[in-house]
Design a protein around this ligand. Structure first.
Ligand code: NAD
Length: 251
């Protein structure tokens, strides 16, 4: 059997990149996967039990989905919070809206999903919550990642707070801190930076690769492997941790 056999798992931002790889990986390991993202069409072709639109910035939408899942499955055992957005720039570039949007999508989204899905997780006897943070967080300052780094540091604090509050009730909560990972949004960021700095995309991509001590960016599957481990019972003694999957970026 798979490493997640018998578990119901919900994944946010499962349409592309790390979230998609996690949804696929969870399904491969035998979980009943509820894959969600902003635009349900992005989930087409994903081999999972259920696909649903979910805007993680909407408390009402998160609560409505939690009620549906409670009705149909009795709750979830695994929650993977993958939604996140990179705002480029320093403090001087960050207006109030950028700050608020970043915290709403990257941090409050996790507050919403955990608050909505945790009661049934507790009722089922426990579970595992996996939050996607970043090496750019409380671990490392990254250039032009002011609001982003602040949000991802908050994700680590939120993760530890949840871990400690429910440690005796069978719920574990861990964060994964990826380095630079190949994804559609990485391609978008490279294209945008190339346009802004009047360089070709290959040159900009080479600078992203050059800052990686391993000499390459990571794959979404390499992050998904960590998520499978943290979701499964093989990590039963691990909670409140930050698992760094970054090719040595923060080394
Ligand atoms: P991505 O940025 O390519 O995709 C993000 C996904 O989030 C998209 O599918 C988008 O539709 C979805 N989304 C946006 N707003 C949403 C909303 N309101 N509700 C639900 N979904 C929404 O994916 P990625 O680069 O793999 O990043 C996934 C996570 O990993 C993010 O939290 C990101 O910060 C983190 N991360 C990524 C990298 C990297 O290099 N790619 C590095 C460290 C951390």
């Amino acid at each position: 059997g798979g490493r997640l056999e018998g578990k119901v798992a919900l994944v946010t931002a499962a349409g592309q990149g790390i979230g998609r790889a996690i949804a696929e990986g969870f399904a491969r390991e035998g979980a009943v996967v509820v894959a969600t993202t902003l635009n349900a069409a992005d989930l087409d072709g994903l081999p999972v039990a259920r696909r649903a639109a979910l805007d993680v910035t909407s408390t009402a939408a998160v609560e409505a989905l939690a009620a549906e899942i409670a009705h149909d499955y009795g709750g979830i055992d695994v929650l993977a919070n993958c939604a996140g957005y990179v705002a480029h720039g320093s403090v001087l570039d960050c207006d109030e809206e950028t700050w608020d949007v970043s915290f709403d999508l990257n941090v409050k989204s996790m507050h919403r999903t955990i608050k909505a899905f945790l009661p049934d997780m507790l009722a089922r006897g426990g579970g595992s919550i996996v939050n996607i943070s970043s090496g750019a967080s409380s671990i490392k300052g990254a250039p032009a990642r002011y609001a982003y780094g602040a949000t991802k540091a908050a994700v680590i604090g939120l993760t530890k707070a949840v871990a400690v509050d429910f440690i005796r009730e069978g719920v574990r909560c861990n964060a994964i801190c990826p380095g630079t990972v190949q994804s559609p949004s990485l391609d978008d960021r490279i294209a945008a930076l190339a346009a802004r700095t009047n360089q070709d995309e290959a040159t900009v991509r080479a600078t992203f690769v050059a800052r990686q001590p391993m000499g390459r960016v990571g794959t979404a599957d390499e992050v998904a492997a960590a998520a499978i481990h943290l979701a499964s019972d093989e990590s039963a003694f691990t909670t409140g941790t930050t698992m760094i999957v970054d090719g040595g970026w923060t080394l």
